[in-house]
Structure formats: structure tokens, C-alpha cells
Design a protein around this ligand. Structure first.
Ligand SMILES: C[S@@+](CC[C@H](N)C(=O)[O-])C[C@H]1O[C@@H](n2cnc3c(N)ncnc32)[C@H](O)[C@@H]1O
Length: 306
């Protein structure tokens, strides 16, 4: 179940001059910084007063989301670009704009590129039909196989902290729905994403390709603990499931000047940013308490490097 966490009133997050400064105090307005799901419905937050959608479980593993949406609403992306805008698509766009205004701008998301990406990616086409109505709510949603698509705010803050520039190479551990990967692709990054649940990986690849992001995202099914050395080094690494400690191979694959953003911990987790400076030295800062699904696989019982 997603959990409301106490949040610090000030956050010392910053990037290179002129890029990102997290507003002091803004975090206090964030109701939930959570990405953990147990197969339950949408979390109840101040902005999400609607009843939770039906729980999903292994018996109701959702199918392809983009195709399902196109059939359910008769409004695929192609329709939205036609001469007469589909009213259903216009409604989703309005909900997305409201999400950006009330959940991101009202907090501390200030990077214009991140805001543009969050306005662009059709999140409702990347979630199972049973929870589609809640796509732009202020919380994580179940996507099947006991996993979640992260709260929009957490996707935005992780993306902002990663400071991704066009053309940069970004490694994501935990493809999930593919939504975070799509946001990174919208920023012009070359995205390498790894997912340990085969069915999720397949569905995300299918959906991202259907949405036109396929050319900018490379997919791999497996344990992301050891990263993707064949494509290293990476300018940014985003870990979207929580390991007890940051896997050393992911730190090793961070380029000079690179940023790694990850939730770290077991029951008590904190969002961490690790930066490697031009000389290779790593520095680490803690951003805020968070709650993510655990990183499974080798992270739970690391073995020495081969
Ligand atoms: C919070 S969800 C990620 C949300 C995703 N980024 C999105 O945009 O929908 C965490 C994901 O990490 C995956 N995961 C957990 N442990 C992993 C591992 N060792 N390697 C790769 N993926 C892992 C889970 O299966 C799950 O899909």
C-alpha cells in the first residue's frame, strides 16, 4: 500500500547553475512520495478523493495497454493528430495539464524540459484499463505482477534530479510500465532500460514502440543489478525499485559528470543522488524519504563481482 510519508520542509537539491533549484518548503506540500504497490488500488491523497479502483492481482494481469486504450476509447494517438480532435483525447490532455499544474508546478518541479515532457507523455495509454481513469491522479497505480507505475511527481522529481540533456545516455533499472523511459525519451535521451519481470518488459516495449518512442529506447529483460556494461558509461542512471544499498556496478557505470538517482533502503527508504565529478570522485546527497517497491534479484543477496 502506498504510504503518506513525513517530508522535510527544506531540501538542498541543486544542479549546475541555472538548471535546477528545488524550492525550499515546497516538499511540505507533497502528500505522497511513493511508488510502492501491493496490488491495491490508487492511494487516497488530498487530490485523489475518488474511490480506489479494483485491486489487481496475479489473476488479473493486464494486457497490452496502448491497444486496450485505443479499443476502449476508440482514440489512439493517431486520432489526436487528426483534423477534428477527439473529445476523449482532449479530456486526457486537460487532465494531464491539470496534473502538471497541481502536482508538479505547485510543488518544486521547475525544469521547463521536464514539465514539457510530463505534459507530452500519454500516461493513460501506459496503464491497465482497470485503473485508466486514475492515470493523472496524484499517486502510483498498480500495473500487474505486484508492480506499480510511479506517482507522476516522483517521476518528475527523479527526472529533474537526473538533469538529462538531449543526446545523453541514460540507464533505467525497472522499466515497469515504460512511463519513466518515455519521459526520458521525450527529453531526447538515449534510454537503456532493464526490467526483471518478463511480461512487464514485453508490454512496455510494445507500448513504447506503438507510441513512437521505440527508436530512442533499448530494452533488456533481466536483473538490472549489474547494469548494462556493454553500453556504459551512462550520463545518468535512474533506479526505480529500492535496493538496500546502491549496487556497485551501477556506480561503476556512471560517466564523469554523471548523476545516479535511486531510492535506497528496506523499510525506511530515502531518495539519493550520487554524482561523479570530472575527476571521478563520487558525492552523495539525500533528498527525501520515499517508498518504492523493493529491487529484487541480486540486490537482495549480493555476491562478489566475478
Ligand atoms: C516502481 S516500478 C517502476 C516504474 C517504472 N519506472 C514506470 O515508469 O512504470 C519498479 C520496477 O522495477 C522492477 N524491478 C525490481 N527489481 C528489479 C531488478 N533487479 N532489475 C530490473 N528491474 C527490477 C519491478 O519489476 C518494477 O517493474
Amino acid at each position: 500500500m502506498a504510504t503518506v510519508l513525513p517530508l522535510p520542509r527544506s531540501v538542498a537539491g541543486s544542479g549546475p547553475a541555472g538548471r535546477i533549484v528545488l524550492a525550499v518548503g515546497a516538499w511540505a506540500t507533497a502528500a505522497v512520495l511513493a511508488c510502492r504497490g501491493t496490488g491495491g488500488g490508487a492511494p487516497a491523497t488530498a487530490e485523489t478523493a475518488a474511490p480506489a479502483p479494483a485491486a489487481d492481482d496475479a489473476a488479473s494481469e493486464p494486457g497490452a495497454t496502448v491497444e486496450a486504450a485505443a479499443h476502449a476509447t476508440d482514440s489512439g494517438l493517431a486520432d489526436a493528430t487528426g483534423p477534428s480532435p477527439d473529445p476523449q483525447e482532449a479530456r486526457w490532455t486537460a487532465l494531464r495539464d491539470r496534473m502538471v499544474e497541481t502536482q508538479l508546478l505547485a510543488r518544486d518541479i521547475a525544469d521547463p524540459d521536464v514539465l514539457r515532457a510530463m505534459r507530452s507523455v500519454p500516461r493513460h495509454l501506459m496503464v491497465p484499463e482497470e485503473v485508466r481513469e486514475h492515470s493523472y491522479d496524484d499517486g502510483p497505480l498498480p500495473i500487474g505482477w505486484d508492480q506499480t507505475i510511479s506517482q507522476p511527481y516522483i517521476v518528475a522529481i527523479m527526472t529533474q534530479l537526473a538533469e538529462v540533456a538531449p543526446g545523453e545516455r541514460v540507464l533505467e533499472i525497472g522499466t515497469g510500465s515504460g512511463y519513466q523511459a518515455a519521459v526520458l525519451a521525450e527529453l531526447g535521451a538515449a534510454v537503456y532500460t532493464i526490467e526483471i519481470v518478463g511480461a512487464l518488459a514485453e508490454r512496455a516495449q510494445r507500448d513504447l514502440e506503438a507510441l513512437g518512442y521505440g527508436g530512442r529506447v533499448q530494452f533488456r529483460t533481466g536483473d538490472g543489478y549489474r547494469g548494462w556494461p556493454e553500453h556504459a558509461p551512462f550520463d545518468a542512471v535512474l533506479v526505480t525499485a529500492a535496493p538496500p544499498e546502491i549496487p556497485q556496478p551501477l556506480l561503476d557505470q556512471l560517466a564523469p559528470g554523471g548523476r545516479l538517482v535511486a531510492p535506497v533502503g528496506d523499510d525506511l527508504q530515502v531518495l539519493v543522488v550520487v554524482e561523479r565529478d570530472a575527476g571521478g570522485t563520487l558525492s552523495r546527497r539525500e533528498i527525501a524519504p520515499v517508498q518504492f517497491v523493493p529491487m529484487t534479484g541480486e540486490a537482495q543477496h549480493p555476491s562478489p563481482a566475478p
